[in-house]
Design a protein. Structure first.
Length: 67
């Protein structure tokens, strides 16, 4: 006799496997490692500090320069 297969369970398992495969692909295409995020954060901080230092306006938190 043939083995009885529950089609609903088969469909659910197949859909789940496809979702896992799609998630893995998306992680590879769009994800960044923790090291990459940290490197970007440090570069952004450095760039912002350089830009703040080159500002022509007095800083608002320095009361001596507001005169």
């Amino acid at each position: 006799m043939a083995k009885v297969v529950n089609l609903n369970k088969f469909r659910k398992r197949k859909r789940k496997e496809e979702e896992v495969k799609r998630a893995e692909t998306n992680r590879r295409l769009h994800g960044r490692t923790k090291a990459e995020r940290e490197k970007e954060r440090l570069e952004r901080q450095k760039r912002d500090s350089i830009l703040d230092g080159a500002s022509m306006r007095p800083r608002t938190d320095d009361p001596e320069k507001l005169d």
